[in-house]
Ligand binder design. Structure first.
Ligand code: AMP
Length: 397
């Protein structure tokens, strides 16, 4: 089957076009700066890169251009009707979705209802679904929510200790994100252990520009680090992760910062960027440390210490852990972060093999010593493949 996976953001549409089974990527690309005077569409088919620079007035125009490129000269399709399904990467499904779903009016209404929980993400996700339905009528569309995989958490894990009516009336609870990635790598970890996912306990560390961890017992999430929004938990590229919420009231009281400015600071100017004052990119942080930059060293230390604390917490939640997985940009590529995050945890069962850890991890690999009680795995994530496969499953019922 040929499946188009779409990730629709506020000013961009990213896409990947797959032939399944076999996970062959037929084409991939991104349309950027939608709604701005200088738009750009870049598509990769094998080694061939095509770039179109012109304005795209809205998401509809952008997706139209993507479909023209897929079907035009040198494209990978003779006609749009050869697309068997569209998989949408969606962010916040609230409590309405615990699995990928066929998109219909009800799903669209539910995503709209959850806008207040993800005001930056759900509106462009809605736009993506609407324009795809207009441009590809009759072709099944499937939605995979970032929150869905975490819906198995129990109230003890997802409730904040706030007055209960805020949960009942305002849906204030922990939802968790990066679910597609946590689902993909935890299943892959079970495969690597040679056991059914229903029988293994896994801690997954998705360390990308955004970062979160999940504790997964027998294929079901029992806890995760992100909350109502993707701000909670680990230190990220530009997001603070956990901090004392009273800081917000202190800043409102003591400075002339507005609530919006504080929100912006917590999401866009904190994390590695905020602490280092230089960059949100772990590669650059590591380079700066080599040059003796003290603030970069501090940013690295705070980042890894938070991961280490949560490894302890997730180990306690699971009681028995079979595997710990590192994935996403930092998790897959930074031996230094993996080593520092696991430092001192040998007695807890995490015994890193320094040599295996230092190797490159283009493919999945085990970096624990033979005597480590818990396997430590590096697994490249592939959220688009996961969504494409979920789309096929939903279409075939
Ligand atoms: P992602 O969101 O999964 O694409 O991850 C992006 C982040 O991965 C970048 O911002 C970098 O901080 C990080 N990253 C990518 N390659 C490396 C590397 N070789 N070493 C350290 N960090 C890396």
């Amino acid at each position: 089957m040929k499946i188009l996976v779409i990730n629709s953001g506020s000013s961009s549409i990213k896409y990947k076009f797959f032939a399944l089974p076999g996970r062959k990527v037929l084409a991939s690309g991104v349309c950027e700066k939608i709604g701005e005077p200088e738009g750009k569409l870049t598509q990769q088919v094998g080694d061939k890169k095509t770039t179109i620079e012109k304005p795209f007035a809205d998401h509809g125009k952008a997706l139209h251009e993507v479909l023209e490129l897929l079907t035009g000269d040198g494209g990978v399709l003779a006609d749009r009707s050869e697309i068997d399904g569209v998989g949408h990467r969606l962010v916040h499904g609230g409590e309405s979705f615990s699995a990928p779903v066929l998109i219909d009016e009800e799903v669209i209404a539910a995503v709209r209802e959850n806008i207040s929980l993800a005001p930056l993400h759900n509106p462009p996700n809605l736009l993506g679904m609407e324009v795809a339905r207009d441009l590809l009528p009759g072709i099944p569309q499937v939605g995979g929510f970032d929150t869905a995989f975490h819906q198995t958490m129990e109230p003890a894990a997802y409730l904040y200790a706030l007055p209960y009516e805020f949960y009942e009336n305002n849906k204030i609870r922990r939802y968790g994100f990066h679910g597609t990635s946590h689902a993909y790598v935890s299943r892959k970890a079970a495969e690597m252990l040679g056991r059914p996912a229903s029988e293994v306990n896994v801690i997954t560390c998705h360390l990308g520009n955004g970062a979160s961890m999940a504790a997964i017992r027998g294929g079901r999430v029992v806890d995760t680090t992100m909350g109502l929004t993707p701000l909670e938990g680990l230190v990220m590229g530009t997001r603070s992760g956990d901090f004392d919420p009273a800081i917000i009231f202190h800043l409102l009281d003591q400075t002339d910062k507005t609530p919006e400015a504080i929100n912006n600071m917590l999401n866009k100017k904190s994390g590695l960027l905020g602490l280092s004052g230089k960059t949100n990119d772990m590669r650059e942080i590591e380079m700066l440390i080599e040059q003796g930059n003290e603030r970069a060293r501090l940013a690295f230390a705070v980042y890894c210490r938070r991961i280490r604390k949560y490894i302890g917490a997730m180990t306690a939640v699971l009681e028995h852990v079979d595997a710990l997985v590192f994935t996403a940009g930092v998790g897959e590529n930074s031996p230094a972060v993996r080593a520092e995050s696991l430092r001192g945890l040998t007695e807890m069962g995490y015994d890193l093999d320094d040599e295996a850890n230092a190797g490159t991890c283009a493919e999945a690999g085990d970096i624990a010593t033979p005597k480590s009680r818990v396997r430590i795995l590096v697994i490249p994530t592939d959220e688009e493949v996961e969504i494409a496969e979920q789309t096929v499953q939903v279409i075939l019922g």
